[in-house]
Write a protein that binds this ligand. Structure first.
Ligand SMILES: Cc1cc2nc3c(=O)[nH]c(=O)nc-3n(C[C@H](O)[C@H](O)[C@H](O)COP(=O)(O)OP(=O)(O)OC[C@H]3O[C@@H](n4cnc5c(N)ncnc54)[C@H](O)[C@@H]3O)c2cc1C
Ligand code: FES
Length: 586
């Protein structure tokens, strides 16, 4: 298909995102910031950071990494803050509200498993995800033509079987390209459905007897001078672009951060033709070994995977350097080089070890942060996950502290796709039970109701067995998560990589000096006060990228878990006009 970029005709493939088209056509930035006019392109690649805003057919503030191209789309770069063109008037169609026994938000490994378990247990299910296809971050489906989609996907056949069962399931309705922007008491979720960030999307509510939140996580990226230059990506962005769009973020790429996730990222990058110049793991070999040694059984189970990645690194001559990281990025409008340095045990750079490396892209990942907005809106209690980050508190049935609201996957603590799927199965079964029991006055509705062609006893037995097996997997998965956090901790020394002029809040362009000034000079102590005085966290990304960093800087490294008050009741930005029109229609 043909689209235009700043008036020039370019070829695009159905399924490509605007960001993928722009990157393959040589653009790494397509927006300037509101305050200082800094160039911006992709950072997170999954719709969390709002760095990649672009104008599509006259409508500004469209996330290029989320919007798939349509024939004749006119893409233009966005300079500063742009007001919508008054000629773009497209009223949102009135759409009837829906009901379901169980609504599942998020169709990644956790949400898919929850939807299938709830459907199998006899509940009607609405599964909602903002992406065009199910799979989430782990089972990202390739959006462009590819004869061998399994090349970048571990467990692809297993995923396809699950996906096909989900599509054919008579009790499950999947709503794609549908964002849940608010949770209302009484288990009502508000949805906008249609092309990402477009005007005129359907607005409707789904009322359910139980809700499963499975909204996943996004990469944690730590600030250093130059980290807001185009060409600095999160590791997940590089992975999403390679896996979903077959796009390499650069020709000479450096991967840095901490955790085993960096290994599949390096593998995907070479798979799409990039030269990975090095993989820098910030933790020392000793820390990693000691961490895994806390649970040797778990470590043994991961040995073959580690060996496979070792062979991959050797084959592609990718040096793996433990105890090193990137402490600065250099370039005018794009990364041209980075400074790397050896770190001491607390992650402070060792003086004299600094070296410059020429690259055109750098991919960073220091673990993940759970996507908590909807859980906070639903007043779910929060706890600290195994990695020290914020997570949703759940009981043995994955029920949160809000009755009828369940949570599964990265939201309850970072632990990978297998744990997410196991938690999803438990949550889906329990949510169905909650919903069906609520509908029956004597609360004796069967946990696993039969489908029309099945006998009640067969289904009940197999369903209960499956939930029990999932609980065992959850226990195993949590052991893995605990060992993972010990093997790949994030040490406080990262705070020494940035200076007073380093931007911390990318949306509002608030520097580290601004935040420290608000704390020292104005005596601001709480997260909300800090947000209102410094503006850090007030921008479109709602503090997703910076709130842990701001919490750490303002508490002098004592705490990197932002207060819930740092979060907003609206889970994703919505246009006021859409809300006003929805009010009239509903
Ligand atoms: C960018 C990225 C890439 C990753 N790639 C890999 C990988 O290749 N290998 C690996 O082992 N691990 C990977 N991970 C780690 C990954 O998070 C887990 O392994 C796994 O996907 C977690 O499953 P989940 O179901 O909890 O969440 P996810 O898979 O993240 O699924 C959450 C889903 O919720 C949807 N969602 C969130 N909020 C809303 C909302 N308000 N409305 C509607 N939908 C919403 C999202 O679109 C997403 O599809 C990646 C993580 C990230 C952030
Ligand atoms: S790169 Fe598109 S929102 Fe982050």
């Amino acid at each position: 298909m043909k689209i235009t970029v700043n008036g020039e005709s370019v070829d695009a493939e159905p399924g490509q995102t605007v960001a993928a088209v722009l990157l393959t056509n040589g653009h790494s930035s397509w927006r300037t910031t509101r305050v200082e006019g800094r160039p911006r392109g992709v950072l997170c690649g999954i719709g969390a950071c709002y760095d990649c805003l672009v104008v599509v057919n006259g409508t500004p503030d469209i996330r290029a990494c989320q919007r798939t191209v349509r024939q004749d789309d006119a893409i233009t770069t966005q300079q500063g803050a742009v007001l919508p063109s008054s000629t773009v008037v497209q009223r949102a169609p009135a759409t009837a509200n829906r009901t379901a026994d169980v609504v599942v938000v998020g169709a990644g490994p956790a949400g898919m498993a929850a939807a299938l378990a709830a459907g199998d247990a006899g509940a009607s299910v609405v599964l909602i995800d903002s992406a065009p296809a199910v799979g989430g971050q782990f089972n990202r489906q390739v959006a462009v033509r590819d004869e061998r989609p399994e090349r970048f996907q571990h467990g692809w056949k297993r995923f396809v079987a699950k996906r096909d069962r989900l599509v054919a399931h008579q009790r499950i309705t999947h709503l794609a390209e549908a964002s849940v922007w608010a949770f209302e008491r009484g288990n009502r979720v508000w949805v906008q459905r249609g092309p990402a960030d477009g005007v005129g999307r359907e607005v409707f509510a789904v009322d359910a007897k139980a809700v499963v939140l499975a909204t996943g996580a996004y990469d944690r990226v730590l600030p250093f001078p130059g980290w807001d230059l185009p060409g600095v990506y999160s590791a997940g962005a590089a992975q999403a672009l390679a896996k979903g769009q077959r796009v390499a973020v650069g020709k000479r790429v450096l991967v840095a951060g901490t955790g085993p996730f960096l290994l599949p990222v390096a593998e995907s990058l070479v798979g799409v033709g990039a030269k990975v110049v090095a993989l820098l793991e910030a933790n020392s070999v000793k820390t990693v070994r000691q961490g895994w040694a806390t649970d040797p059984l778990v470590a043994k189970g991961k040995l073959s995977e580690a060996l496979r990645y070792g062979v991959m690194l050797a084959r592609h001559r990718i040096p793996l350097k433990h105890g090193w990281t990137v402490i600065a990025a250099h370039g005018e409008d794009h990364v041209e080089a980075v400074t790397i340095a050896r770190l001491d045990a607390g992650w402070k750079p060792i003086s004299g070890s600094e070296r410059q490396v020429e690259v055109d892209a750098v991919c960073l990942g220091f673990g993940f942060t759970a996507q908590l907005e909807l859980a906070v809106s639903a007043r779910c209690g929060l706890t600290t996950g195994p990695d020290g980050g914020p997570a949703v508190t759940v009981d043995a049935d994955q029920q949160t502290t809000t009755p009828g609201v369940f949570a599964a996957g990265e939201l309850t603590g970072i632990g990978g796709a297998d744990l997410a799927a196991a938690e999803g199965r438990v949550a889906g079964t329990a949510a169905a039970h909650h919903a069906l029991a609520a509908a029956t006055p004597d609360a004796s509705a069967p946990l696993c109701a039969p489908l029309p062609h099945e006998t009640a006893s067969d289904v009940r037995t197999s369903c209960t067995k499956s939930a029990d097996a999932a609980r065992t997997k959850v226990k195993e998965g949590r052991r893995f998560a605990a060992a993972l956090a010990k093997a790949y901790p994030v040490r406080d020394g990262w705070q020494s990589w940035s200076g007073p002029d380093t931007v911390v809040c990318r949306c509002e362009e608030v520097t580290r000096g601004d935040i420290e000034g608000a704390v020292a000079e104005r005596g601001v102590a709480d997260g909300r006060g800090l947000k209102l005085t410094s503006r850090a966290g007030l921008g479109l990304c709602q503090g997703r990228v910076c709130s842990r960093t701001v919490a750490a800087i303002s508490s002098n490294g004592q705490n990197d878990v932002p207060e819930p008050s740092m979060k907003r009741p609206i889970a994703v930005p919505v246009r006021l006009r859409d809300l006003a029109e929805a009010q009239e229609e509903l």
